[in-house]
Design a binder for this molecule. Structure first.
Ligand SMILES: Cc1cc2nc3c(=O)[nH]c(=O)nc-3n(C[C@H](O)[C@H](O)[C@H](O)COP(=O)(O)O)c2cc1C
Length: 345
């Protein structure tokens, strides 16, 4: 069902992409997902990186681009507004050794759109056209973009933007089928994704609410080349293999496996980040992934990565016992509230 697609010489095989998620798809998370899904993640994308930070020489921003060879093909997504900075940043991505550059045209966060970046670019298609033109002629690696359905219900211009982008030499395009106003509410419009895929000749990828094999099958229709998977990779980091090979969920109720994944994530986080920044990133995944585990709530009360690690060791060796009444949150289902919070930040 999931076929490969090509962006020039780059084969995305299979057509399942780890969608960019700010604060989530750091190198440790991307490596974790690649490791847990051997051969099942066709492409990984960095979290979005500010062209302002890059071109002003921010060390922290540059570190957001780092990647490991085993991650290839690897795409860095940039966001911003200024044409010269977009161009310079794209050239820096190329020099850094990434395989692809992606321009973010979908971020709804006020702090991004107020400065002209993210989805605001869809409201200024002429400006976006200039950015694309300038970036395209300055780099030799493929350029892709990621858009939304439009700014709001009254300005759903994904089709116009997509046609313009293809005309300017963009080589693949992903659409999250919600408007900026919707944030993460309502359903992603996959009819729109299919319509754009019909019209364009370049690969068109869809994003939004792919959470299992059934949702993947329902969405990968017509000429849609592949699927971006975002939030579900936090709820279930094995999702790529499970979709590709049509396997049942390995993680549900398998608390030993959850522990294995968490210990590995701690290792990977410590390789990249100072201990003081690991705790928050760790909790982000643990809170999403460990539903149903009796120890989840207590784990999430801890803040430092050392405490997390010590606690999980006690869980593993059986010396941890839940205090008070047992609270089984197995029925708690993932919500998208946290995404709305992100979008409003
Ligand atoms: C926490 C979070 C951060 C995100 N950051 C980015 C980003 O940096 N760049 C981007 O293009 N999309 C970003 N997105 C959007 C996702 O890539 C994806 O398009 C969206 O979540 C819908 O897909 P999903 O239902 O598979 O999560 C983010 C989404 C979330 C939840």
């Amino acid at each position: 069902m999931i076929k490969p697609y090509r962006i020039r010489a780059i084969e995305v095989n299979p057509g399942l992409v780890l969608s960019p998620m700010s604060g989530v798809t750091t190198r440790p998370f991307r490596r974790l997902v690649k490791e847990l899904n051997p051969g099942a993640v066709g492409l990984v994308v960095s979290e979005f990186v500010s062209v302002e930070g890059m071109t002003r020489g921010s060390q922290r921003t540059m570190e957001m681009m780092r990647f490991s060879e085993e991650e290839r093909p690897y795409c860095v997504q940039i966001f911003g507004y200024d044409i010269a900075r977009m161009r310079d940043a794209a050239m820096m991505v190329q020099d850094f050794g990434a395989d692809l550059v992606d321009i973010n045209c979908g971020c709804p966060a006020p702090k991004v759109v107020k400065r002209g970046g993210g989805c605001e670019l869809m409201r200024q298609p002429d400006h976006l056209k200039e950015i694309i033109r300038e970036v395209r002629k300055s780099i030799s690696i493929p350029l892709t973009i990621k858009i939304r359905a439009g700014w709001d219900e009254d300005s759903r211009n994904a089709i116009e933007v997509a046609k313009m982008a293809e005309g300017e030499g963009v080589e693949a395009l992903a659409i999250h089928g919600r408007t900026r106003s919707q944030l993460y509410r309502g359903n992603a419009d996959w009819d729109l994704v299919q319509e754009v895929a019909e019209i364009l000749s370049i690969p068109v990828l869809g994003s939004g609410d792919v959470v299992c094999r059934a949702t993947a099958e329902a969405r990968l229709k017509g000429k849609v080349a592949g699927l971006f998977i975002g939030r579900a990779s936090m709820w279930n980091p094995f999702i790529f293999s499970e979709i590709l090979h049509n396997q049942p969920s390995r993680l549900t109720g398998n608390f030993d496996l959850m522990l294995d994944v968490l210990f590995r994530y701690i290792e990977l986080l410590k390789e990249d980040f100072q201990e003081s920044s690991c705790g928050g990133k760790f909790k982000q995944l643990a809170s999403q992934m460990c539903r149903g585990a009796l120890w989840r709530k207590q784990l999430l009360t801890l803040n430092s990565i050392r405490e997390h690690e010590e606690f999980l060791k006690r869980v593993r060796d059986g010396s941890w016992r839940p205090k008070g009444a047992l609270v089984d949150d197995a029925n708690e289902t993932p919500t998208i509230d946290s995404c709305d919070q992100f979008a409003a930040s």
